[in-house]
Design a protein around this ligand. Structure first.
Ligand code: SF4
Length: 62
């Protein structure tokens, strides 16, 4: 799985980092994806982060 944050939508709420810190981190006023490939054990967290993102800025590619 790969994760992507659309920086034009992200408002730096930090929800993704709280839900899945293995994959998402806040860098300045935007969230960033820390990994090229989401580790299998973090996939569930990445899905929760995508669902929980208030701006729907996270997309996942299975
Ligand atoms: S949850 Fe969404 S809007 Fe909030 S920091 Fe993460 S990507 Fe940005």
């Amino acid at each position: 799985m790969r994760a992507k944050v659309d920086a034009s939508l992200c408002d730096a709420s930090g929800v993704c980092q709280e839900v899945c810190p293995q994959v998402f981190t806040l860098a300045g006023d935007k969230a960033e994806v820390k990994v090229d490939e989401v580790p299998p054990e973090a996939e569930e967290g990445a899905r929760k982060a995508a669902l929980g993102c208030p701006q729907q800025a996270i997309s996942l590619q299975e």
